[in-house]
Ligand binder design. Structure first.
Ligand code: B3K
Ligand code: ZN
Length: 884
């Protein structure tokens, strides 16, 4: 058990600091064994308070401290475990110089200053700057930074920090230095420093007002040929933000550095983004279409932060969604414009429903603006990011595009250079639109996924269609009773031929074909008039609110919506509903001890299978959409809709259904597969991505037949394809088939790619997600393989994360061996990298959702973790809340 329980931080305790920091001059003397950081601060008292000066600091060795040039005596300051407090009377304005020593080469937490592939880099968000020097390490203290980096010139020819390089020079003994000046005030979490031997890919961009911006991507030399897509993505993002949000870049240089060891995806440090190499490097033979799309989206995301995050930042970390939810919304709109809007929406909703809904119903559930935390790094969550983006999207839909743009303009103008709150964001939206968002703001303060239960009735005599809507929200930790939400429910009605019915609410003006209903009460009734024939309602169009929508659709209505709905998103969603219904019935068969037999479920299977066939037969159309519509609901989504999750039955039912569909439509699947084969030249546009997606969906269905033809086809595709998308799709199928070709393919792939770290990650994941029974043993074996390293987060996520989060079937195997494996890894990893350990443990805290036996086994492992001495705050918080 821990020696002491870590402290909880509360939003209600927020106070500004007693001093502001006008400027910081940093001198960082980089060394292999020790780095010496000299920080010169200009401080100024705010108001006339008498509070002492207490700076944050962690794992620092204090070498020297001077106030206005005079060395302080030991009695004049106090060093705590995570702070430095001055114990003397202070003038209103003064200079403080602090010199500390740190050991980046021993830093395995990858927070603060650390080494990756022999180069130095930093990660300061949220509270990493305090591992570099003593400072007010909080977002509301914004300061002008001047940074001088000194290092060995031979080993570290490239020395980077935020802003512009203003001076450089040589020193004796082969050392050199560069000084960087950032003209914009910023909080410490946006500080960055990079030093190393790096190749630079350069391009440029002219902003709409004519500023010439140099764009640079720094990578290890052997990766220099994998940066074109990232660079092109950056230019597209810069242009798009000018056009859509009117935001222009504000420095003369924009730098991106790719590193292999990184806790998250990337970091938006002012003028100097540091990226996980996974979100920079791409070549057609090393990266899949999904990688290409993700790179564009993350490059965009970090770039968009320059305004939504950097120019206007967060007052405190409870406001994290102010920058993250908003910036995710911005990157989603960007991808929608670059790619396929419907498919982007499908992907995002899929992720939200498969992961965020689970978080929101579990023991770590928290509002988009949390009220408290133990470790802020645990709150970089799907709720803050993805649900936060949904909240911004709802505002966008409530205001309409033009008013929303006025709102963002006002927000950026009013708060430029400030650290603000989500309330300030909403205020700007209210000010430009006159719309009252008071009730709406509960989306920021209440956790949990609301449920909208809808009932409808048609009155043929009165020609009215009545929709009754009831809202509710289950309790979440610390919030037993919920207040009513303001939920925008977008609906349409279709007549029996599939034509949209013009909407008119009783006593109101005509609304068009697509109406936003404002659900504000516990129960609401909406009466549509002049409805000539019984319509089919299309509800929650484009997923207009992050809720669970219940409506007792008949099977034929779902089949009708699947083929006729004018809202493409809802066409897809009707298919998901039907597929879900079918799988849940197959699960029941299995649970009764029968075979999963869709033949016995003709009434649901028949229409589903017919719709499946017509998706395959359709000519042209958006191939990405057709590929998405062919996918069955994810295992997570199925589990989320069961009272008790049965991972084995879910997997088997889903597999059985895939196999039944493949058997019935085998010839057609082969036809579509053949028709969409690559024609030699590789393109990375939406059409080509769609063609590959559709073709590989066919192959995945066919693979469930496990016959010679499909094995050989997959084997050939894995060996001959000119792009990683096709290679991975083929291998993914082979991994689930117990055949000699599988082992050959694994070896061949490794032999070819063992020197490419990111491709090796794919190789690890492929093996971790296999449905075959010996997967856990195989994963354990791979942990010893030269390709694996527990110190590298990408490797951990690829192998361990792949298994525990991407292979529910085997992770939840009945004997609990998967749980014990995870607990072992979490305890080991916690000593090295608490942030990654705390993320990995997440599946275990969902124990309440499983059967009695699994509940006991999962809790046992959580208790075992809790019993570890010196558990990090990160893991402590997740596990203790998980057990509470
Ligand atoms: N802001 C960073 C995330 C920092 C994570 C700190 N644990 C990446 C992003 O959201 O853009
Ligand atoms: Zn972000």
């Amino acid at each position: 058990m821990n020696q002491h329980t870590p402290e909880t931080v509360y939003l209600k305790d927020y106070h500004p600091t007693p001093f502001s920091v006008d400027a910081i001059k940093l001198h960082v003397n980089l060394g292999e064994e020790q780095t010496v950081v000299t920080s010169n601060l200009t401080l100024q008292r705010r108001g006339d308070g008498t509070h002492p000066l207490r700076l944050d600091g962690q794992d620092l060795e204090l070498l020297r401290i001077e106030l206005n040039g005079k060395q302080l005596s030991d009695a004049e300051y106090e060093i705590g475990a995570e702070s430095l407090t001055l114990m003397l009377d202070l003038p209103d304005r003064f200079e403080l110089e602090i010199q500390t020593a740190i050991q980046p080469h021993l830093n395995t937490s990858l927070e603060g200053l650390y080494q990756s592939s022999g180069n130095f880099c930093t990660q300061c968000e949220a509270e990493g700057f305090r591992k570099i020097t003593y400072f007010y390490d909080r977002p509301d203290v914004m300061t002008l930074f001047t940074t001088t980096i000194e290092a060995d010139k031979e080993k570290y020819p490239v020395l980077l920090s935020n802003g512009n390089a203003v001076a450089r020079g040589e020193l004796g003994k082969g050392r050199h230095w560069v000084t960087w000046e950032d003209p914009f005030k910023k909080p410490s979490y946006l500080f960055a420093l990079v030093a190393g031997r790096l190749a630079c890919i350069e391009d440029n961009f002219t902003t709409k007002s004519g500023r010439e911006v140099t764009l640079q991507i720094f990578v290890e030399a052997h990766n220099a040929d994998k940066c074109d897509h990232a660079m092109a993505s950056l230019k597209r993002a810069m242009k798009w933000d000018e056009e859509v949000f009117g935001r222009e870049y504000d420095l003369d240089i924009y730098m991106i550095v790719a590193v292999d060891d990184f806790n998250m995806g990337a970091m938006e440090n002012k003028g100097l983004n540091v990226f996980n190499s996974k979100y920079v490097l791409a070549r057609q033979d090393t990266a899949t279409d999904t990688d290409f799309v993700n790179i564009e989206s993350v490059i965009g995301h970090e770039y968009f932060h320059n305004w939504s995050g950097n120019r206007v930042t967060c007052r405190d970390w409870f406001q994290l969604s102010l920058k993250e939810g908003f910036t995710v919304f911005r990157d989603q709109q960007f991808t929608a414009d670059m790619f396929s809007a419907t498919v982007k929406r499908i992907d995002d909703v899929n992720r939200l429903r498969s992961y965020q809904f689970i978080e929101d119903a579990g023991p770590m559930a928290h509002p988009v603006r949390p009220e408290s935390y133990v470790e802020i790094n645990n709150f970089y969550t799907l709720t803050v990011y993805e649900k936060g983006a949904e909240v911004v999207r709802m505002i966008y839909n409530l205001l309409g595009r033009e008013a929303f743009r006025k709102g963002t303009d006002l927000y950026f103008e009013r708060h430029d250079g400030q650290a603000v709150t989500t309330d300030d964001f909403v205020q700007a939206m209210e000010d430009v639109s006159g719309i009252d968002l008071a009730q709406f703001k509960r989306w920021y303060s209440q956790a949990g996924t609301p449920v909208l239960a809808c009932e409808s009735a048609y009155d043929a005599d009165a020609k009215t269609f009545t929709l009754k809507v009831e809202q509710s929200c289950p309790p979440t930790p610390g919030q037993e009773v919920k207040e009513l939400f303001h939920i925008p429910l977008t609906v349409g009605l279709l007549d029996p031929t599939g034509r949209p019915v013009p909407l008119k609410l009783q006593g109101e003006a005509a609304l068009g074909q697509d109406a936003v209903l404002h659900v504000k009460q516990a129960q609401e009734r909406f009466v549509f008039t002049d409805v000539a024939q019984r319509p089919v309602p299309s509800l929650l169009r484009h997923f207009s609110a992050p809720v669970k929508l219940r409506h007792d659709y008949r099977v034929d209505e779902l089949a009708f919506l699947m083929s006729k709905d004018t809202d493409e998103f809802n066409r897809w969603d009707a298919g998901q509903r039907l597929g879900l219904r079918l799988i849940l019935q197959l699960v029941e068969q299995l649970q009764r001890g029968e075979q999963a037999d869709s033949g016995k479920l003709v009434e649901v299977y028949g229409p589903y299978s017919a719709a499946f066939a017509s998706l395959l037969q359709e000519q042209g159309g958006d191939l990405n959409f057709r590929a998405a519509a062919l996918q069955l609901p994810s295992e997570n989504y199925i589990g989320a809709s069961m009272a008790v999750i049965d991972p084995g039955a879910i997997f088997e039912a889903r597999w059985a259904l895939r196999r039944a569909l493949a058997r019935e439509h085998e010839a057609l699947l082969w036809q579509v597969f053949g028709r969409n084969a690559e024609d030699g030249e590789f393109y990375i546009d939406a059409a080509a991505i769609g063609r590959r997606a559709l073709k590989n969906s066919c192959l995945a269905y066919l693979a469930t037949l496990e016959d010679e033809q499909v094995i050989h086809t997959a084997q050939a595709q894995a060996g001959n394809a000119n792009n990683m998308t096709d290679v991975m799709a083929a291998l993914r199928n082979l991994m689930d088939i117990d055949c000699p070709e599988r082992l050959e393919a694994i070896d061949r792939f490794y032999g070819k790619w063992q020197d490419d770290a990111l491709v090796v990650d794919k190789w690890l994941t492929l093996q971790a997600v296999s449905r075959l029974p010996d997967t856990l043993d195989h994963v354990k074996g791979l942990m010893q393989h030269a390709a694996f390293s527990i110190k590298n987060p990408n490797k951990v996520r690829a192998l361990i994360g792949g298994f525990v989060s991407g292979n529910a079937y085997r992770f939840h195997q009945a004997d609990g061996a998967g749980y014990a494996f995870l607990a072992d890894q979490v305890t080991m990893l916690d000593r090295l990298n608490p942030q990654v350990a705390a993320r990995l443990v997440a599946p275990l805290i969902q124990w309440r959702r499983y059967d009695q036996r699994r509940q006991v086994l999962m809790q046992q492992e959580l208790h075992r973790i809790m019993a570890e001495p010196e558990l990090s705050k990160d893991v402590f918080e997740v596990v203790s809340k998980g057990l509470a």
